[in-house]
Design a protein around this ligand. Structure first.
Ligand SMILES: NC(=O)c1ccc[n+]([C@@H]2O[C@H](COP(=O)([O-])OP(=O)(O)OC[C@H]3O[C@@H](n4cnc5c(N)ncnc54)[C@H](OP(=O)(O)O)[C@@H]3O)[C@@H](O)[C@H]2O)c1
Length: 215
């Protein structure tokens, strides 16, 4: 059995990932979230899924929730993401959990080249500084983390991605589907040594441009 704690379990990528996790009968899920009504799930498999309501920036809510998990997948957001990152690291340390998947964003290392990089910086502004500060909390920890930096997200029903390894490697492409990100997360759950201590950009191949196609 692999017990996966999903933080921000009603997030858009998280919900897609949960469906993939459940395809493997050996996976059990802790669905940690602030608003269970947003999960919009028809059936919860009580044997394999447990909903825990809580806030990822609050240690007293997070630490007991993830107890016993083998892997934590954090699909969080918000202007206090750095506090959430600190709390996730603390809670994992307290519980002796080592493996973390952390969703971040393209651009946090100023790694997006050219005109698209400039556009991205202008549009995202302080979001990038905040998300960078959160990523720094994760990389400063001794956890076995994988930081994922997706390109601009789409809801296309496709799994089509490539990765760029390392924070300083120039980012490729402009977009990637949420389903691709979920699928990559599931690959890590299946093989937890994959991209451990890795910092990975995720994009759809051949989508280079000055902006995402829909802008
Ligand atoms: N949009 C893009 O093009 C793009 C590109 C790259 C990266 N990203 C980032 O990728 C991440 C995942 O994307 P997504 O589409 O899955 O995002 P999403 O649907 O907004 O999911 C984020 C989740 O985080 C939860 N959350 C926020 N603060 C929390 C807290 N303190 N405690 C517990 N849960 C909390 C939210 O729950 P509530 O419902 O309670 O708020 C929400 O369910 C986001 O951080 C996003 O900014 C986005």
């Amino acid at each position: 059995m692999t017990k996966i704690a999903v933080l921000g379990a009603s997030g858009q990528i998280a919900k897609l990932a949960e469906n993939l996790f459940l395809e493997d009968k050996n996976n059990e899920l802790i669905l940690f979230l602030r608003h269970p009504n947003k999960l919009d799930k028809k059936d919860i498999d009580d044997q394999r899924e447990r909903i825990v309501v809580g806030d990822a920036s609050k240690l007293d809510e997070l630490a007991p929730a993830i107890k016993g998990a083998d892997i934590v997948y954090a699909n969080l957001a918000g202007s206090n993401i750095e506090d959430q990152a600190k709390t996730v690291v603390k809670a994992m340390d307290e519980d002796g959990i080592k493996r973390l998947i952390w969703i971040s964003s393209l651009g946090v290392y100023d790694e997006v080249p050219g005109k698209f990089g400039e556009w991205n910086k202008n549009i995202l502004g302080s979001y990038l500084t905040t998300y960078r500060a959160a990523a720094d909390q994760i990389t400063a920890s001794d956890l076995d983390y994988t930081i994922i930096r997706p390109a601009w997200l789409t809801n296309k029903d496709e799994v089509d991605y490539e990765i760029t390894e390392g924070a300083t490697t120039p980012f490729k492409g402009t977009e990637v589907s949420r389903l691709s990100v979920a699928s990559y997360v599931n690959e890590i759950v299946k093989d937890q040594s994959k991209d451990s201590r890795g910092n990975v950009g995720l994009n759809k191949p051949n989508t280079d441009g000055d902006k995402p196609a829909w802008y």
